[in-house]
Design a protein around this ligand. Structure first.
Ligand code: 2AM
Ligand code: CA
Ligand code: CA
Ligand code: CA
Length: 267
């Protein structure tokens, strides 16, 4: 994708994100419908749906040949990453949205022929936009994010993870995860994969490990993290697949080897 087109798409995408974010803030104290999806704790609201519909409508009006992948199903069914693909999570951290009225984000990753061109993660209640364009660096609002520190060790790292990884589970050796909690400086769980990616890019946490994310959870985040020299992969070290669910490790590359060799053992 050429720089001028990327810039034009970026301008549209950010203006739609600010518009959608303002609308969500306006509805934050309203009574909205809350439903469940795969289980009783997997929440979705009418705000998730209307926000995704808003993006789908704007994109289709402006770029009829672009494809859309969205969590709530208002996008397209895609089988490949040909052309321009918008991967959208209208509210990442719906449980936080419902219970806390904060700590959730809008996440949009834009890919051209499978390559990440634009990543946007908007912390709606704090009105903070993390953004990246391929090869142009990552930003927190208008402040450029520096490359990730070379001075990080596992012992001085803060590791974000889904707390359930440290409990008995079917996917990862929980005893090694418990050792990671003990050996690292601290562990965190924010409940929004997109924000956890943004925090890795910002360098305020050093890794994020989770066992099951959909493309809309990590599409924008992996573009941001890449722009500051961080890495994103499946927990088995394979490249991520944007067409299916993935285990995910994203981190400061200084601690990748230690994490993989000493603490991540998939079942
Ligand atoms: P969501 O809020 O958009 O559903 C919570 O730890 C993080 O995992 C959130 O980013 C959440 O995204 C994501 N997640 C992915 N699959 C999920 C599921 N089945 N149930 C709840 N959260 C899920
Ligand atoms: Ca969801
Ligand atoms: Ca999500
Ligand atoms: Ca969501």
């Amino acid at each position: 994708m050429n720089t001028a087109l990327r810039q034009e798409i970026y301008k549209h995408a950010t203006s739609w994100i600010y518009e959608a974010g303002a609308s969500i803030r306006n509805q934050i104290d309203d009574q909205y419908q809350i439903d469940t999806k795969s289980n009783a704790n997997d929440l979705v609201t009418e705000v998730d749906r209307s926000t995704e519909q808003y993006f789908a409508q704007q994109i289709r009006n402006t770029y009829p040949d672009h494809k859309i992948v969205g969590e709530e199903g208002y996008g397209d069914k895609i089988e490949n990453l040909d052309g321009t693909v918008w991967i959208i999570d209208p509210i990442d951290g719906t449980m936080n949205f419902v219970h806390q009225k904060r700590n959730f984000a809008i996440s949009i990753g834009i890919f051209f022929e499978g390559v990440g061109e634009i990543g946007l993660i908007y912390n709606v209640m704090e009105d903070v936009l993390y953004s990246a364009k391929r090869g142009e660096g990552a930003f927190k609002d208008d402040k450029r994010l520096p490359s990730l520190s070379k001075d990080v060790t596992l012992e001085t790292s803060i590791i974000a993870m889904n707390s359930s990884l440290a409990c008995k589970n079917q996917r990862i050796n929980e005893q090694k995860v418990q050792q990671l909690v003990l050996d690292s400086r601290g562990a965190r769980s924010y409940g929004s994969a997109a924000l956890e990616f943004a925090f890795v890019a910002e360098g305020i946490i050093d890794a994020y490990l989770t066992m099951r994310l959909a493309p809309w959870d990590f599409a924008a985040g992996m573009i941001l993290v890449n722009e500051v020299g961080g890495v994103t992969m499946q927990a088995n070290q394979q490249p991520v697949n944007l067409l299916e669910k993935n285990t995910i490790l994203t981190c400061n590359n200084q601690i990748t080897e230690r994490l993989l060799s000493d603490y991540i053992e998939l079942k």
